[in-house]
Design a binder for this molecule. Structure first.
Ligand code: HXC
Ligand code: NAP
Length: 293
C-alpha cells in the first residue's frame, strides 16, 4: 500500500491563501508542500528566516506555486501582527491559519525551571493564541467568511503525558481553544478544528523526544497497533481536507491520526495481544472453561 499517495483532486485549494506557522521544517513543511501542489498560496513563518527562505524557494520551484517566507516568533504579539500585515500586503488576504509551530523536550517536571516550562507554553499555547486572536479579529472586522483555523495538537492533549508536561498542558489549552471558538466564531464563518498526530518522524521532534541512543533503543512504531509510524503525506492529506471547502461542515473536531497508538496504551487488556501466543490462548481457554459450574 502506498501511504504517500496524494488524496485531493488537482487545484482543490486554488484561490486559498494559507499561513503555516513553523512551516520551514518537519510536518509544517510537508503540509505546506501539499497545499502548494493543490494550488494554494502559502506563507510560512518561524524564527529562522534563512531556513524559511531556503524552504520557500525549494517548494515554490517544486510545485510552481508561490510560497512566501515571513520571519515571526509567535510568542510575541507584535511580531505576529507584523507577520499578518506582511502576508496581507503580499497576498491581499488570508483564508486559513495553521497553528503548527511548537517547542518541546522530554524532562522530568521537577527538573524544569519556571522559564523552561514557560518557554514551551509560550510557543505552543500563547503562540497559537496570538495568531488566532490576530487573524480571527481581522476576519471578524472585515466580514471575511469561509475562513479556517487548524491547530496541530497531540494525542496527549487529551490523555496528558508524563515527561512532556509543559507540552501536554499547552496542547490541552489549544484543544480547549479549538472547541470553544468552533462554537463562538461559527457565526463569523470561521471553522476551528484540530489534528492530533501520533508519531511522524521529524528531526525537530526526534532530536528532542528521542535524544541520543533512545532513537535506536525505542522504536516508536512498536507502540502503534499498525506497527508503523505515520507518513508525512498521510498527515498532509488530512490537513488539506480539513482546510478545504470539502470539510465545510466539519467544525470543532479533533481528528486523531496515530495508527491507534493512544488507544493501545489505554485499553485494560490490550497488552495481551503482544504477549499471549495461540498456544497460551488455548491453555487459558481450557483453564477458564474448567471454572464453569
Ligand atoms: C530541561 C530545558 C531543556 C531540556 C531547554 N530547557 N531544553 N530544560 N531540559 N531538555 C530550558 C533552558 O534551560 C531554559 O531555561 C529554557 O528551557 C529555554 O531554553 P532556550 O534554549 O533558551 O529556549 P529557546 O532557544 O527559545 O528554544 C526553545 C526550545 C527548543 C523549546 C527549548 O527546543 C526549540 O527551539 N524547539 C523548537 C522545535 C521543537 O521543539 N520541535 C519539536 C516539536 S515535537 P533556563 O531556566 O535555563 O533559562 C512536538 C510533539 C511531539 O511538539 C509529539 C510526539 C508524538
Ligand atoms: P519541528 O520540525 O521542530 O517543527 C516545529 C516548528 O516550529 C519549527 O519549524 C520551528 O521553526 C517552529 N517554531 C518553534 N518555535 C517557534 C516560535 N517561537 N515562533 C515561530 N515558530 C517556531 O517539529 P514537527 O515534528 O514538524 O512538529 C510540527 C507540529 O506537529 C508541532 O505542533 C508538534 O507539536 C506536532 N506534532 C508532531 C508530532 C511528530 O511526531 N512529529 C506528533 C504530534 C504532534 P524555527 O525553529 O525556525 O522557529
Amino acid at each position: 500500500m502506498d501511504f504517500s499517495a496524494k488524496m485531493l483532486r488537482d487545484n482543490a485549494l486554488a484561490g486559498k491563501v494559507i499561513v503555516v506557522t513553523g512551516g520551514g521544517s518537519g510536518l509544517g513543511k510537508s503540509m505546506t508542500k501539499y497545499f502548494l501542489e493543490l494550488g494554494a498560496k502559502v506563507a510560512i513563518t518561524s524564527r529562522d528566516l534563512d531556513k524559511l527562505k531556503t524552504t520557500a524557494s525549494e517548494l515554490s520551484e517544486q510545485t510552481g506555486s508561490e510560497c512566501l517566507p515571513v520571519q515571526c516568533d509567535v510568542r510575541y504579539i507584535d511580531q505576529v501582527e507584523a507577520m499578518h500585515q506582511s502576508v496581507l500586503a503580499h497576498f491581499g488576504k488570508v483564508d486559513v491559519l495553521l497553528n503548527n509551530a511548537a517547542g518541546n523536550f522530554i524532562s522530568p517536571t521537577e527538573r524544569l525551571s519556571a522559564n523552561a516550562f514557560d518557554t514551551v507554553i509560550d510557543i505552543v499555547l500563547k503562540g497559537s493564541k496570538n495568531c488566532t486572536l490576530t487573524f480571527g479579529k481581522h476576519w471578524i472586522e472585515t466580514g471575511q467568511i469561509n475562513t479556517v483555523i487548524l491547530n496541530i495538537v497531540t494525542t496527549y492533549a487529551t490523555t496528558g503525558s508524563a515527561f512532556v508536561v509543559p507540552s501536554a498542558t499547552a496542547k490541552a489549552g489549544v484543544l480547549a481553544m479549538t472547541r470553544s471558538l468552533a462554537v463562538e466564531w461559527a457565526k463569523y464563518g470561521i471553522r476551528n478544528n484540530a489534528i492530533a498526530p501520533g508519531p511522524f518522524p521529524t528531526k525537530g521532534a526526534w532530536d528532542r523526544l528521542l535524544p541520543g541512543d533512545l532513537q535506536k533503543k525505542l522504536d516508536p512504531a512498536q507502540k502503534v497497533p499498525l506497527r508503523r509510524v505515520g507518513d508525512h503525506q498521510e498527515l498532509a492529506n488530512l490537513a488539506a481536507y480539513l482546510v478545504s471547502d470539502f470539510a465545510a461542515y466539519l467544525n470543532g473536531e479533533v481528528v486523531t491520526i496515530d495508527g491507534g497508538e493512544w488507544l493501545e496504551g489505554a485499553g485494560e487488556f490490550n497488552f495481551l495481544g503482544r504477549y499471549v501466543t495461540k498456544e497460551m490462548w488455548d491453555m487459558m481457554e481450557a483453564m477458564v472453561k474448567a471454572k464453569k459450574g
